[in-house]
Design a binder for this molecule. Structure first.
Ligand code: NAD
Length: 441
């Protein structure tokens, strides 16, 4: 099948290369000229495990190509995916300007019957808007070309995106057209070898499904963090409570780790956008609002412990910090709890020495660019020198079993603030450390 994917971010690039891997002819389009030049040269602008090799292989096999010019590749395309960003708008709703810009470009350039599949996370009703924009452009051109807009939300997670795409739990397809469903089924069938995993529904329900999924996961995180905060106050251990409730199949172990809150490019904006969607139709989404509120304060959970130990004024203190990305396995810094933690520590006068295996470049160039008093280090042990304590915020594998003796030698004081409860099993208190974690005194 000839497929075009517009937007070469985490979702677009992974989708494009995975469709190519199955033998389709895929062109990835982006307005970012620099990104496309890099991709044409086999350089991947984002970090995602396994992506570089897969892109290079499919580009070499001529299954995958890159361009900034949609008009040059849209002819004879059967399915075009919209996979551009839908960032948080000023009022909290999803900003649809990029999606609608792509819709307009499609309307201006399409030559033949086309399925427009929306992979971006968009509020209910967006498919209708995309349809209107394309129809308007066709009218201006004075041509009649048949097209359908289908909602095909994406559920991959950064850090394991290729695996998720290649072996999806489900493929949600929102369309009322039998022919469109069949075509989408043909495109995705190669991804299931044992049984089919299509969930077909109307467009609005498909659009809503993505928000409901992310809001549910965010709810689990905020719920557990709330339980952890209560645990700290009553002398219970959230790590044990996690095991106690996770063993119940109805609850499950995933997404109930106590921590410094959720971040990333999806949960924060999608929870906010869902709240806004409800608000726009006169419904107050109390639970969703509470999920966000709990998360906002949880991002500062570790800072509060640092203050309790070292005082409100942190002038003269240096802290070593491991982990900048919002979770392991990605260089994505969007809404990472590290941003909030570092800004607060620096605001209170501290110097923060940081190390992350992949996200340092992004942090330096964008997310922490304006912040002074950050020292970027090249190794995890370098951050410890002259630091009064170690703070762990992202549970990258290389942080999971460090040399604690080395940590003790390097730090001014043997103090660890663990924002992901990674060292709970190491009996650090018995080994001379002051150890602070989430949800346990
Ligand atoms: P991203 O910011 O990494 O990439 C978006 C890309 O779209 C950029 O390269 C940008 O240059 C390009 N773009 C913007 N306007 C364009 C235009 N008019 N024409 C061509 N390209 C254009 O975004 P992402 O993280 O891949 O997310 C894309 C969508 O998928 C969002 O709606 C997001 O909520 C959703 N989503 C993301 C994830 C995730 O883990 N990142 C998972 C599931 C769904």
């Amino acid at each position: 099948m000839k497929v075009v994917v517009v937007g070469t971010g985490y979702v677009g690039l992974v989708s494009g290369v995975c469709f190519a891997e199955m033998g389709n002819t895929v062109t990835c389009v982006d307005i970012d000229k620099e990104k496309i030049t890099l991709l044409k040269n086999g350089i991947i602008p984002i970090f995602e495990p396994g992506l570089t090799q897969m892109v290079q292989k499919n580009a070499k096999n001529k299954n995958l190509s890159f361009t900034t010019d949609l008009s040059s590749v849209i002819k004879n395309t059967e399915i075009i995916f919209i996979a551009v960003g839908t960032p948080m708008g000023e009022d909290g709703s999803a900003d649809l300007q990029y999606v609608l810009k792509v819709a307009s470009s499609i309307g201006q350039t399409m030559q033949n019957k086309l399925i427009v599949a929306n992979k971006s996370t968009v509020p209910v009703g967006t498919a209708d808007k995309v349809k209107e924009v394309i129809a308007k452009e066709l009218k201006i051109r004075n041509v009649i070309i048949d097209f359908d807009v289908v909602s095909n939300p994406e559920f991959l997670k950064e850090g394991d995106a290729i695996n998720d795409f290649m072996k999806p739990d489900r493929i949600v397809i929102g369309t009322n057209s039998e022919a469109v469903f069949t075509k989408m089924e043909q495109l995705y069938s190669p991804f299931f070898r044992t049984h089919d995993r299509f969930i077909r529904m109307d467009v609005r329900s498909a659009e809503m499904t993505k928000y409901a999924a992310n809001a549910m996961l965010a709810t689990k995180i905020s719920f557990m963090n709330e339980i952890a905060n209560i645990c700290e106050n009553v002398g219970a251990d959230a790590n044990k409570v996690r095991l106690g409730i996770g063993s119940d199949k109805r609850i499950g172990y995933s997404f109930i780790y106590p921590g410094v809150g959720y971040g990333g490019s999806c949960f924060p904006k999608d929870v906010k956008a869902l709240k806004k969607t409800a608000e726009n139709c006169g419904y107050e989404a109390k639970l969703i609002a509470a999920v966000e509120e709990v998360n906002n304060s949880q991002k500062l959970a570790i800072v509060n412990k640092v203050i309790a130990k070292f005082g409100e004024d942190l002038t003269g203190f240096t802290f070593g910090l491991w982990g900048l990305s919002y979770k392991p396995g990605t260089d994505d810094m969007r809404e990472a709890p590290s941003i909030y933690t570092i800004k607060e520590l620096v605001k209170r006068g501290a110097v923060v020495k940081v190390y992350d295996p992949k996200a340092t470049k992004n942090a330096k160039a964008f997310y922490l660019k304006e912040i002074r008093n950050i020292v970027y280090c090249n190794t995890k042990y370098e951050v410890l020198q002259d630091s009064s304590a170690l703070i762990l915020l992202t549970e990258w594998k290389e942080f999971r079993s460090p040399d604690f003796e080395e940590i003790k030698i390097q730090l001014k004081f043997p103090i660890i603030f663990d924002g992901r409860n990674q060292y709970n099993a190491f009996n650090l208190k018995d080994n001379g450390f002051e150890y602070y974690q989430i949800g346990k005194e």
